[in-house]
Design a protein around this ligand. Structure first.
Ligand code: TRP
Ligand code: SF4
Length: 405
């Protein structure tokens, strides 16, 4: 019998394959994953089905991003020995659970998830009035519930999705899990059976649950089926009780809020592809330098001789991430007295970024030429993921009346 609560230590998270990763991902999500992979049983996957919900017109972008993404994960140090890395569409159990959960999820729950309307408005250039897009957070729920995960590291914007996931799990357990008075009802049914049969039932049940003796299970099942004066409900109760279910099948996960990334973009807004203000994880050093050199600065510093204020300059947050106290003092002093020029001020940031990305670029370059390695990592990850997810799916199918054999 599969365990219902495998580990209070399981973590699941996904990333949509809609483009290249950048420094914002690294300082936010990936550094967090690097820490989690050493502490928990992590399942990290590339959410290519989720990518399709918004990018269904760009299949080429999705295919290319899957490859790039896994290269980037490995290049920053996500370790397939520690974490299970896979592609969502390689694990059909996610889709199956999504379908099954769709049967019990009220439409209103999905329509009320705030990201549904928000994203439709934000991504006006795409037609997101689709069935798939409405189901986005339910597919995400399936991603998580399939592994009975305890924790889901996500950003603030995803909290409403985890909330929905918890509600769906609760509803599922309410519909198919243990009835509140299950034990009393089972005892009652046993009395109807008569003393002798009840005693045999209890012994066979114990033999099965303690020793996994399949023959005892079959004998007990036959015994229950033979009862002529018993209702269908009672028979089902006793059949369920035999295997120890009539219990919680899905686990409500908790969000693990990813610490807000301090990585700003090149324009002072949050670093994000949609703002076009990013530095890629594999950015060429010359391009990187050029991007930083052409960044806007404190608008008051029109000329080299004008004084500025770092607090009003988009370059300053980069110094906060990358520069020592000493360098920061040099910037503050030089900027407010016009002692240094802006290009001079930017140089330590450029140097620090180039140094940070150098080993990542190098590992990524090796991986780009090693298709075999990528394929092996993802195949092995998918195998482990399917095995874990199918344990849950077996219970779900049975609970929903789909195990007809
Ligand atoms: N919706 C998430 C995002 O946009 C990606 C995602 C898909 C996910 N499935 C998940 C995150 C399951 C955590 C768990 O960031
Ligand atoms: Fe910004 Fe540095 Fe120029 Fe000051 S000196 S305005 S902090 S880039």
């Amino acid at each position: 019998m599969s365990t219902v609560f495998p580990s209070a230590t399981r973590v699941v998270s996904g990333m949509r394959s809609t483009g290249r990763l950048h420094l914002g991902h690294y300082h936010g999500v990936l550094k967090n994953w690097l820490r989690l992979q050493n502490e928990y049983d992590c399942f990290f996957f590339i959410a290519d089905w989720h990518a399709l919900t918004t990018h269904y017109e760009d299949p080429r972008v999705i295919a290319q991003s899957v490859r790039d993404m896994v290269i980037d994960w490995l290049a920053v140090g996500i370790n397939p020995q520690n974490a299970t890395l896979f592609v969502q569409s390689d694990v059909p159990q996610h889709a199956e659970l999504h379908l099954l959960l769709s049967m019990i999820t009220p439409l209103g729950w999905l329509e009320r998830v705030p990201t549904f309307k928000d994203q439709q408005e934000k991504l006006r250039e795409r037609d997101l009035a689709t069935y798939g897009f409405l189901g986005y957070p339910l597919l995400q729920s399936a991603d998580i519930l399939a592994y009975r995960a305890a924790y889901v590291p996500v950003g603030e914007d995803q909290v409403s999705h985890i909330e929905l996931c918890r509600e769906v799990a609760r509803r599922f357990n309410h519909l198919y899990g243990r009835e509140p008075d299950f034990l009393e009802k089972a005892e009652e049914a046993l009395r109807i059976m008569g003393r002798k049969a009840a005693k045999a039932y209890k012994e066979l049940r114990e033999t099965y649950l303690e020793r996994g003796d399949k023959e005892a299970l079959e004998t007990a099942r036959a015994l229950v089926e033979r009862q002529a004066n018993m209702t269908m409900g009672d028979k089902e109760r006793l059949l369920g009780y035999l295997e120890g279910h009539g219990r919680l099948i899905l686990v409500e996960p908790q969000a693990l809020l990813t610490p807000q990334s301090r990585m700003p973009g090149l324009d002072g807004q949050k670093m994000s592809k949609s703002y076009g203000n990013v530095i890629g994880l594999r950015e060429d050093p010359d391009v990187l330098a050029k991007k930083v050199k052409t960044m806007p600065t404190d608008p008051a510093r029109k000329r080299r001789t004008d004084v500025g204020n770092p607090e009003l300059c988009p370059v300053w947050p980069f110094h906060e991430v990358y520069s020592s106290e000493e360098t920061q003092a040099w910037v503050r002093e030089g900027c407010t007295t016009a002692g240094i020029g802006c290009l001079q001020c930017k140089q330590p940031v450029i140097d620090a970024m180039v140094a940070e990305l150098a080993p990542i670029r190098e590992r990524a370059r090796d991986l780009e030429g090693d298709t075999g390695r990528i394929r092996t990592v993802l195949a092995e990850g998918a195998r482990r993921a399917r095995e874990a997810a199918d344990e849950t799916l077996q219970d779900v199918r049975r609970a929903m009346g789909l195990a007809w054999e």
